[in-house]
Design a protein around this ligand. Structure first.
Ligand code: AKG
Ligand code: FE2
Length: 316
């Protein structure tokens, strides 16, 4: 039995919608093949990411994250502990990160208003390697196109018109991360993982990774850990905001990045794209998810307010 269903995007959206809806209800994850993101765009991104993470720490720190509430720039080893998102204290994740958000946004009040912060905080582009910025820009555009297709299929799966989410995502505040999971120099300390158990806060996440050794693991409903084969495929999962939007019909499933076998000497790179709706989108139970006899589980909330609330709870 395959626990994470594999969907072939060469098929028609209507048929895919049935499979996607079932997977997002049951496990909250799918693997996508024939996804349309050009292999050359992916390869160039990995090459640039390797070159960046190979740099000495002091060079990477030239683009260090300016403030803890901004997901921008270089986040060094020791600075992120994903298990904290659900209130667990663990050693830090064994990883380092380079992160960007939207770029080339118009100089208009929508993007500069106080409510826009930190969704449109400026990016910090490294000058070395020079290929990194163009590679990330090209990848962002390609993976955004994939996200738009999956959003359309998601809307169909929810009994909504294919373009339902378009007005809520036309100024999306997504984040693209390059994550480097280095080999362990000494054995992991008790409770340490490459990334601790967490759920994603955003709408839909699209993960591509260059290796499954010490890779992604997904908690199934019976508490066991499933290991999707990421090689070449996109692993797409429902995040907390989409779970809330669907009134918990679709699940935002806990996952983690496991430690590799003892002595494993290779780094793993992953490039998660955290697709998130416009900051001023009101997330309230979708019409097709409204229970007939009861009130929706959650009051309406804006994407920006939701983020601020979750951040405040985990930052202390
Ligand atoms: O590296 C991966 O495969 C997934 C990472 C992840 O789940 C996250 O950063 O939210
Ligand atoms: Fe995640």
């Amino acid at each position: 039995m395959t626990l994470i269903p594999v969907l072939d995007l060469a098929e028609e959206d209507k048929g895919l919608a049935l499979k996607l809806g079932a997977a997002f209800r049951d496990i909250g994850f799918v693997a996508l093949v024939n996804h349309g993101v050009p292999q050359a765009t992916i390869d160039t991104l990995y090459r640039s990411a390797h070159a960046f993470f190979d740099l000495p720490p002091e060079v990477k720190r030239q683009v260090a994250r300016p403030r803890p509430d901004q997901n921008r720039g270089y986040i060094a080893y020791g600075e992120e502990t994903l298990a904290r998102l659900s209130g667990r204290e663990t050693p830090p994740d064994h990883k380092e990160i380079f992160s960007i958000g939207p770029f080339d946004v118009p100089k208009e009040p929508y993007y500069q208003a106080p409510a826009a912060y930190p969704s449109f905080a400026p990016n910090l582009w490294p000058t070395v390697p020079p290929t990194l910025q163009p590679a990330m820009r090209a990848y962002w555009h390609a993976v955004t196109a994939l996200a738009r297709r999956v959003l359309g299929i998601s809307a169909l799966a929810l009994g909504l018109p294919a373009d339902y989410f378009a007005p809520f995502t036309d100024r999306h505040i997504s984040m693209l991360r390059l994550i480097c999971y280095p080999p362990y120099e000494s054995a992991p300390v008790d409770g340490q993982l490459r990334a601790g158990i967490h759920t994603d806060l955003n709408m839909l996440t699209f993960v591509h990774a260059d290796s499954d050794m010490g890779g992604l693991e997904v908690r199934t409903r019976d508490g066991t850990w499933a290991r999707p084969a990421t090689a070449g495929a996109y692993i797409v999962n429902v995040g907390d905001i989409l779970m809330r939007w669907t009134n918990d019909l679709w699940v935002s499933t806990p996952h983690r990045v496991a430690n590799p076998p003892t002595g494993w000497q290779q780094r793993r790179l992953s490039v998660p794209f955290f697709f998130q709706a416009n900051y001023d989108t009101t997330v309230e139970c979708l019409p097709s998810c409204r229970p007939a006899d009861r009130r929706p589980k959650y009051p309406p909330i804006s994407v920006g307010a939701y983020r601020a609330e979750r951040f405040a709870r985990t930052a202390s």
